[in-house]
Design a protein around this ligand. Structure first.
Ligand SMILES: *Cc1c(COP(=O)(O)O)cnc(C)c1O
Length: 458
């Protein structure tokens, strides 16, 4: 059989409703052409993010019911601890309400002003948490990782020679930690190879620099290793994941991704002395060390979800369905970041709408069009999100790339939903010359894309 099916049947359904074109036009106007301001119920297919949007399994819902809400030492905590230690292998585990809380605690206990933290590519919350300590966040992804059209099996790899150069340049004492993000979210969900992780680990160990993995999509990364790396095709994703983490000294994790949960995360480390300081901060900001900002039921659902994310049947379906979306639109000529990543497809909106200049916000124009045409919600990763306005002159500086991300929630949509998304994108592709640009009419000083108001260019 050649069709790869969803490896589950559906026990509980959540209705979605297609609005009329007139309704969508009205909703867009009310939201000032910013899809973050839409009501979710007015969205048909929601590809805004894969974070916290997974459908939980029957076993996870059973875990929710099993959740032990004891303040200290609950059974759910011990199930969570056992799962994390079994898969990730680190001795010290601190539960947090999501990934960024783990990052906050890690960098607060390791970094000081003047320090430098290398990463293949810092995710935005990771960068913000590094910079908040006064340290500098440096992205060292391989050059292919910065070229949208270049194909490479492991575009998330770190440039190991660049890491060596950075260490020689700033000195080992100024690098309190090195991070490796698997998969590389900001770089398009591109994986890191086992060989690269081994090489980065060897450099870090040679210099005595702790290596931490940003583990959010560790299971998807393990699947790509099995699929694409020589000599790995026989290995279970769990086995590959264990080897990856054995190369590191700790990790940060958002359970909203490959934890298959709607909330949660953790910080893990083998450094028992550091963990004491981290636990003190955890108590201050998250909660008692056996729940850390989560309910017992959340800990329990994550303990179950971490293993489900490593199930080969699930991973085959997961990566195949994301690739299916990418290949079907790219076969029709739509320019995307190649090859398709694990959790999302990124459309190159600058190439899709070449008649629009960066300050006409081509990515946002495409996002608006996707909702107008088909009720699909995507997110712009371009000048609206990363452009800068000079506070003195009011001059706008465009972002380096104009992308639209279609993030696929885990286990939520079926192939016919994905086919519908393909049709919606191709309908716009066929009339792309008529798509108009947008400009910002109101914006906040930070993270403006969340609340900005926009208007069509006339
Ligand atoms: C989502 C994410 C984070 C932050 O996790 P939250 O749970 O959203 O706080 C950190 N790193 C990467 C790579 C992510 O994708």
């Amino acid at each position: 059989m050649k069709t790869i099916i969803e490896p589950f049947k559906i026990k509980s359904v959540e209705p979605i409703r297609l609005t009329t074109p007139a309704e969508r036009e009205a909703r867009l106007r009310e939201a000032a052409y910013n899809v973050f301001l839409l009501k979710a119920e007015d969205v048909l297919i929601d590809l805004l993010t894969d974070s916290g949007t997974a459908a939980m399994s029957a076993e996870q819902w059973a875990s929710i019911m099993r959740g032990d809400e004891a303040y200290a030492g609950s059974r759910s905590w011990f199930r969570f601890l056992a799962a994390v230690q079994d898969i990730f292998g680190f001795s010290q585990v601190l539960p947090t309400h999501q990934g960024r809380a783990a990052e906050k605690i890690l960098f607060a206990t390791l970094c000081k002003p003047g320090d430098v933290v290398p990463n293949n590519t810092h995710f935005d919350t990771t960068r913000a948490n590094v910079e908040y300590t006064g340290a500098r966040a440096v992205d060292l992804v391989i050059p292919e990782g910065r070229q949208p059209q270049t194909r490479h099996p492991f575009k998330g790899n770190m440039d190991v020679a660049a890491l060596e150069r950075l260490i020689a340049e700033v000195g080992r004492e100024r690098i309190p930690v090195c991070m490796l993000t698997i998969t590389n979210n900001s770089g398009g969900g591109q994986p890191v190879s086992l060989a690269n992780a081994r090489a980065v680990s060897a450099v870090c160990r040679k210099h005595g620099i702790p290596l931490y993995i940003d583990a959010c999509r560790f299971a998807e990364n393990a699947w790509f290793i099995r699929l694409r790396e020589e000599g790995q095709s026989h290995r279970a994703p769990l086995d590959i994941a264990r080897e990856l983490f054995s190369l590191a000294d700790g990790c940060t994790m958002s359970a909203k991704k490959d934890g298959m949960a709607n909330i949660g995360g953790f910080l893990a480390t083998n450094d028992a002395r550091l963990a004491v300081d981290q636990q003190n901060l955890l108590i201050l900001t998250e909660g008692f060390p056996t729940y850390g900002g989560l309910a017992g039921r959340d800990l329990d659902a994550i303990a179950t979800g971490l293993y489900e994310a490593l199930d080969p049947d699930y991973l085959l379906y997961r990566i195949t369905s994301t690739t299916y979306l990418g290949e079907h639109i790219s076969a029709a000529g739509v320019p995307i970041v190649q090859p398709p990543g694990g959790h999302a497809i990124y459309i190159d909106a600058a190439a899709f709408l070449p008649h629009l200049k960066p300050l006409d916000l081509p990515g946002q124009a495409l996002v608006v069009e996707l909702y107008r045409e088909a009720g699909i919600r995507a997110v712009e990763i371009g000048t609206l999100m990363f452009g800068r306005r000079d506070p003195e002159t009011g001059q706008e500086h465009p972002a380096p790339m104009e992308l639209v991300r279609l993030a696929v929630p885990r286990r939520v949509y079926t192939q016919s939903h994905i086919d519908y998304v393909v049709e919606g994108i191709l309908a716009i592709w066929n009339k792309r010359d008529a798509v108009r640009g947008y400009h910002i009419t109101e914006q906040a000083p930070f993270l403006r894309h969340f609340t900005a108001k926009l208007a069509p260019r006339t």
